[in-house]
Design a protein around this ligand. Structure first.
Ligand code: C2E
Ligand code: CA
Ligand code: CA
Length: 703
């Protein structure tokens, strides 16, 4: 492939140089060149042009321009139009929908130049084009963008002192000045006064003066104070001697993109802060809000606030019974109701699950506001909610904690959160459907809990926690058949600490495992000291059952103390957590396989969500004393006791009634067919030394 540049006489406007540059970049291989006379006839063409259009040179020459383009198509420039464009602007360019000799389409992107003089005296037109038929849309797109960029590029020139020499239209339009208002003034007029005084700004100009290009992405200010975000490139231009003579600034206005990006970021932040289901703030935003309040960053002058955590009661049951969709719908409604109770400017979040939080500012005189708000929230949430044609209702427990306002360190926020949590836990403990305000009494309870937590380890190791024993009797003959082991801790400063209290702490800290083994050891020693037909009931925390290998450990201990596992009854309280971990079932099975008896403790108070599988693992059911102890006064309790007895008979499980305090109660239970009972009527828990072993023997619980 060859053609000679001499075939293309050019004017002195640098086109020859441009073509030279093309040539040296070996562009002729891909550059299609054609020369048309003023009538639009092809005078000369490069090999590449000819091969693109499928012509031999002799067939192509003298053909009219119209033969090389698709006729009658919109967007296809005719020769006169191209000529006119080229005459007007020496950089005319465009894409032609060309037509090959065989009729095929060829897209040619080209530049057109009018040149003179022609050897024949007139003007002529050169088309220098590239075949872009196969070019992807993306490439065309980026080409368009480049063209658009050229159109919007701002250019200004400065002398070495930063004085404005000139600026183009784009520059003037963006900044809102006339050229005459700018010339002679300093670049510093575009930057903030504060920035103009910095070393950074001085160094920026010093670098330019030393011939180093600079880029900046900065905020600038237009004439009317408008904010502009500019991407700028500053290029020092050398004089003939190679020394910087002036500075040319090429800049693009990014203000629009910046705003779009800002909005996008706002949106991302909005979503990151929001709970998807309810559109309320989420837990992360809630924590941050507390922190900001605690740091005194927001919240006004005195900054007193109340935080409330609303925790739904019985939500899990609804979720289980009606499905997650119904559960979600209900949560959404609850979110709306909470919103309706508080003011627009108050902070509402869904903390996840069925917990919501509200933070409200308190003004002087708002003393009752937190409690009133809690009551209103309880009322609102408790209204029935129609979901999927079902009328559902949930209750709520609410914890409230006040914050005096602050500029304190960050732990203040953590304390605050801990206070609301404690208040909530307290509300739940005191029977749900109610609220609790964190106050001094609660504070004292928390300190007590922390003290217990600190000293529990030592107490376990030193054997300060000991078991007392309460008799379990057979109702038919009132013989003692077993003892329940109940943990006792008499603390040097706190006095007697209830097992309910320290067991809960131990469960939370994990100390329950060590404590459980120590107490099991005591119980086995006690069992070994009793006649062989007396059983010992030992309470195990569900948490202990979740630890792999617990059953084997207990079986080893029994062997070590020479106690037949059949004498040991393991009491386990029914809780929702019980069925969750796979280890629980494995441990229960292994305990049973080793011969231990299993009692389901506090039956009726828990979640009644035990699978049959779990239920069937138990040998005995202990009816909680809140029913068994009160069934004489309450027909409702009597019904429950009756129902449990019926259930137990059906399952072939024996029943122990707890909390029997009177002879009447015992007699009535016997009539109802309950086999065993335990309670103050038969005996309080006593120290092992006080147990009179001589009266024992000849009894046994039979499953
Ligand atoms: P629980 O297993 O239901 O124990 C029965 C509780 O009822 C005992 O309270 C007992 O003293 C009390 N009680 C017995 N008869 C009567 C009565 O006639 N009237 C009344 N009002 N109360 C009666 P205690 O000893 O305070 O134990 C409370 C709970 O602490 C136990 O409830 C049990 O869940 C837990 N616990 C006690 N010892 C241990 C232990 O060694 N390990 C574990 N994991 N938990 C334990
Ligand atoms: Ca028990
Ligand atoms: Ca019990």
């Amino acid at each position: 492939m060859s053609y000679a540049f001499s075939d293309f006489p050019v004017d002195g406007n640098g086109l020859a140089a441009a073509l030279d540059a093309f040539a040296s970049a070996s562009l002729p291989e891909t550059l299609a060149l054609a020369r048309f006379d003023a009538d639009g006839r092809l005078e000369e063409a490069s090999d590449h042009f000819l091969s693109l259009f499928g012509y031999q040179r002799e067939d192509a020459l003298d053909k009219p321009f119209a033969d090389f383009v698709m006729t009658g198509e919109s967007g296809n420039a005719d020769f006169a139009a191209i000529w006119a464009a080229a005459a007007e602007d020496e950089d005319a360019s465009g894409t032609i929908r060309g037509r090959r000799r065989d009729g095929g389409l060829i897209l040619l992107r080209g530049d057109y130049r009018l040149c003179e003089p022609h050897p024949s005296g007139g003007q002529y037109l050169i088309l220098a084009g590239f075949d872009v038929t196969a070019e992807s849309d993306a490439a065309a797109q980026s080409r368009n963008e480049i063209a658009a960029l050229r159109r919007t590029m701002m250019v200004a020139e400065f002398d070495l002192d930063g004085r404005i020499l000139t600026a183009n239209e784009n520059f003037l339009a963006a900044f809102g000045y006339e050229l005459s208002e700018l010339v002679g003034r300093y670049h510093a007029m575009f930057v903030s006064a504060a920035y103009a005084g910095t070393d950074e700004y001085r160094q920026f100009w010093s670098a330019l003066r030393h011939g180093r290009c600079q880029t900046s992405q900065l905020r600038r200010f237009g004439k009317d104070g408008r904010e502009l975000w500019i991407d700028a490139f500053y290029s020092p231009i050398p004089d003939a001697a190679g020394l910087p003579a002036k500075i040319v600034k090429y800049a693009l206005d990014r203000t629009l993109e910046r705003r779009v990006e800002q909005r996008r970021q706002d949106e991302v932040r909005y979503l990151a802060d929001r709970d998807a289901l309810t559109g309320l703030y989420n837990r992360a935003a809630f924590s941050r809000h507390l922190q900001e309040l605690a740091l005194g960053r927001v919240g006004g002058r005195d900054g007193a606030h109340a935080a409330l955590i609303v925790d739904l009661d019985g939500f899990r049951t609804i979720n289980d019974a009606y499905g997650h969709q119904a559960g979600d719908a209900l949560l959404w409604v609850v979110g709306q109701r909470i919103r309706s109770v508080v003011r627009d400017q108050d902070f509402i979040a869904r903390l996840g699950g069925d917990q919501f939080a509200v933070v409200v500012p308190l003004s002087p005189g708002d003393d009752d506001l937190p409690e009133q708000l809690a009551e209103r929230l309880l009322r609102e949430v408790a209204q029935p909610i129609d979901v999927q044609e079902e009328r559902l209702s949930v209750g709520a427990s609410i914890g409230v904690a006040l914050f005096a306002g602050g500029d304190g360190p960050e732990p203040a926020a953590e304390d605050w959160l801990a206070h609301v949590d404690s208040a909530l836990a307290e509300a739940k403990r005191s029977g749900r459907g109610t609220y609790r305000l964190f106050d001094q009494a609660l504070h004292a309870r928390i300190q007590r809990r922390q003290l217990i937590e600190r000293e529990l380890d030592g107490a376990i190791r030193q054997g300060d926690i000991i078991l007392h024993y309460q008799p379990i009797v057979r109702l038919s003959d009132e013989h003692v058949v077993a003892f329940e082991a109940l943990a006792r801790w008499s603390h040097p400063s706190l006095g007697a600490v209830s097992p309910d209290e320290f067991v809960t702490v131990a469960e939370k800290t994990g100390q329950i495992h060590a404590m459980g083994i120590a107490l099991m050891t005591q119980a086995l020693q006690f069992a070994a000291s009793l006649p062989a037909d007396i059983g010992v009931a030992v309470n195990l925390s569900p948490m202990q059952l979740r630890r792999d290998g617990l059953a084997a450990r207990v079986a080893d201990l029994a062997r070590l103390h020479g106690v037949d596992p059949r004498r040991i009854e393991i009491e386990i309280t029914e809780t929702a957590a019980l069925g969750k971990a796979p280890a629980v079932l494995a441990n229960l099975r292994a305990l049973k396989a080793a011969g231990f008896r299993l009692s389901l403790d506090d039956f009726g108070t828990g979640y009644s969500s035990l699978s049959h599988l779990l239920l069937l693992s138990f040998d005995r059911i202990k009816i909680d004393r809140s029913f068994a102890g009160r069934f004489l006064e309450s027909t409702e309790c009597a019904c429950i006791v009756d129902a449990v007895l019926g259930l137990a008979r059906a399952l072939g499980v024996c029943v122990i009634a707890e909390g029997i305090e009177t002879a009447d109660g015992a007699a009535r239970l016997r009539e109802m067919g309950c086999a065993y009972a335990q309670g103050y009527y038969y005996g309080r828990p006593i120290a092992p030394a006080e147990v009179d072993r001589t009266t024992l023997g000849g009894a046994h619980i039979s499953a």
